[in-house]
Design a protein around this ligand. Structure first.
Ligand SMILES: Cc1cc2nc3c(=O)[nH]c(=O)nc-3n(C[C@H](O)[C@H](O)[C@H](O)COP(=O)(O)O)c2cc1C
Length: 302
């Protein structure tokens, strides 16, 4: 037997494979076609204090090796999440991590406190959404603002705090250190990379918001590089993501120093991608003669 289990600051997972926020909604639709109970954990779409409709369409465009999105934090609000989605997700006996967004520190704190009181397994602070006018990436690209929101939320909750970093910065290690010094128990990276497409017939941008967030295999080398840099800069566990499609991609992140990984855009192409990656990881470790996943974390010979 290969031991795939990991512990993320007290969040115990039977394997290191999670689904990335915003690419799995709250799991309901996927549960009809894939077995959620086999996942390491579910990370929900961002939840805000009140219901949000998100941005106007078009808000998704296909690009070479990825997609550009500007969904803009569409969700039903925390009350509805707690009433309808959390009880549903609880039925699968896997950790439920809830991605939290807000316009200001007060909103991040209010939502996180409600979730902590409801005993979710972890709160993931989305200080890195590039598709909103307030909050989001505005916090995640400023080391002082990151520290302020992280320390305010940390004081308000009693469950592990994950901080999701933006790649749209000059020095990711500065943001990582700032988040950890302010109380982050785990870091997750990367969120999407700001991009833009233009329709060369209509001369119009592909997205109604003009710019959006790029995800998928196109961003994987950026993500692996950032995970590797952050792993040298801080001591907390890292959840690596960005363009993971198959098991070998996940192995890259683990070798770079991630303790766990998340599958995002690949879910849209193959709803069983995460489950196939779990099997593939086990096969990879067996083939190399390892007995546990921890044996390869951070083992890149760079
Ligand atoms: C359609 C879409 C919606 C997303 N929504 C969120 C979100 O609500 N909160 C968040 O932190 N990240 C969100 N993300 C970012 C992903 O969780 C992930 O960080 C990013 O897509 C990189 O991983 P990938 O290349 O495997 O998709 C979203 C990504 C996509 C494609």
């Amino acid at each position: 037997m290969i031991d795939l289990s990991v512990d993320l600051a007290g969040i115990r997972m039977k394997n290191p494979v999670m689904v990335a926020s915003g690419t799995f909604a709250c799991g309901r639709e996927y549960s009809e076609i894939t077995d959620l109970s086999k996942l390491g954990a579910v990370v929900t779409k961002a939840v805000t204090l009140k219901r949000r409709e998100g941005n106007s369409p078009p808000r998704i465009c296909e690009t070479p090796s990825g997609i550009l999105n500007s969904i803009g934090l569409q969700n039903k609000g925390v009350d509805c999440f707690l009433r309808e989605d959390l009880p549903f997700l609880r039925g699968f006996d896997i950790p439920v991590i809830v991605n939290v967004a807000g316009d200001d520190i007060e909103e991040y704190v209010a939502v996180s406190r409600r979730l902590s009181e409801a005993k979710v397994d972890g709160v993931e602070l989305n200080v890195s959404c590039p598709n909103v006018k307030r909050g989001g990436m505005i916090f995640g690209t400023d080391a002082v603002a990151v520290a302020e929101v992280v320390s305010a939320v940390k004081k308000a909750i009693g469950v592990p705090l994950i901080v999701k970093l933006s790649p749209n910065v000059t020095d990711i290690t500065e943001m990582a250190r700032s988040a950890v010094d302010a109380g982050a128990d785990v870091l997750s990276l990367i969120n999407t990379v700001v991009g833009m497409t233009i329709d060369t017939d209509g001369f119009k941008p592909g997205l109604a918001t003009v710019t959006g967030g790029l995800s998928g295999p196109a961003i994987r080398p950026i993500a692996v590089r950032m995970v590797w840099q952050v792993a040298q800069a801080v001591e907390v566990p890292i959840i690596g993501m960005g363009g993971i499609v198959e098991a070998r991609d996940a192995v890259e992140f683990l070798l770079a120093g991630a303790t766990a990984i998340a599958v995002g855009t690949a879910n849209f192409m193959n709803p069983s991608a995460a489950l196939e990656i779990i099997e593939g990881l086990e096969g990879f470790l067996r083939g190399k003669g390892y007995r546990s996943i921890g044996e390869i974390v951070g083992r890149v010979q760079a």
